[in-house]
Design a binder for this molecule. Structure first.
Ligand SMILES: [Zn+2]
Ligand SMILES: [Zn+2]
Length: 252
């Protein structure tokens, strides 16, 4: 799709993100997604080609759609999603009347109801991925290439990685899929295993201190280990939704 102006993270951005809690790639992806949505809302909302692309994707995916809810984003979101709703309604209105096959009629008569992906069900499916997800895949590839290029020059990147919270499982897999050279792959694996070992120890400590026998022992760094474990395997919490309702451009 024609792209709104984009955010491309550099090596320094990766290093900076590794000093903050959580997966560095997830943090940079959120920044890239927010910039993408910003550009869409402020620069590209009047571009019918982009609105057609979003409508073809049946809107953004759940994770990215809610990034639209931001101060001043209400009108652009309304314009974008009017096209999404119109496209879905048009597909349903234009669909030929579905007829049941003989076999389906027999199944229904027998009281067995199997879901059927008929022409209408298929037509309502997204014609392509969420545009922000497509952008995210390109950013992931760029982040991995940057990590690998940095590692080819020095082990500094491994030291930053080791001092970080580690990559989430999804981004660790992405990195491995790009790191085919055995020695490089082994170096990244060793770091991630160290990070998981520390986290596993903290989880064990949290579980131990949660037992009534450890009553009186104060929680330390392991206090939020369970939340960090969720983020490091299942991914970070989705961006918070606006509590404001997003009524107008000025946030009245
Ligand atoms: Zn991640
Ligand atoms: Zn998405």
């Amino acid at each position: 799709m024609p792209k709104p102006s984009r955010y491309i993270p550099y090596y320094d951005d990766i290093v900076a993100a590794m000093t903050a809690p959580g997966c560095a790639f997830c943090a940079l992806q959120l920044r890239a997604a927010e910039r993408f949505i910003d550009a869409l809302l402020w620069e590209s909302v009047n571009d019918p080609r982009i609105r057609r692309e979003v409508a073809g994707a049946r809107g953004f995916c759940n994770t990215h759609a809610w990034l639209l809810v931001r101060p001043g984003g209400a009108l652009s979101s309304a314009i974008i999603y009017k096209d999404v709703v119109q496209a879905a309604a048009r597909i349903v209105r234009d669909a030929p009347v579905a007829r049941m096959s003989f076999w389906q009629r027999v199944q229904t008569w027998l009281g067995r109801h199997q879901p059927v992906a008929d022409a209408l069900v298929r037509a309502l499916a997204p014609a392509h991925a969420c545009p922000v997800c497509t952008n995210a895949a390109e950013i992931d590839a760029h982040l991995c290439a940057t990590m690998l290029a940095a590692q080819a020059k020095s082990d500094d990147v491994l030291a930053h990685y080791r001092a970080s919270s580690g990559l989430c499982l999804s981004h660790f897999r992405t990195l491995l899929s790009h790191a085919q050279q055995p020695a490089v792959r082994a170096a990244f694996i060793a770091v991630q295993l160290d990070i998981w070992a520390t986290l596993e120890g903290e989880l064990a400590e949290f579980i131990r201190k949660s037992d009534h026998q450890a009553r009186g022992e104060k929680f330390g760094a392991e206090r939020d280990a369970w939340e960090r474990a969720i983020a490091l395997t299942s991914g970070p919490q989705p961006a918070a939704k606006s509590q404001r309702g997003g009524i107008t451009q000025s946030g009245q």
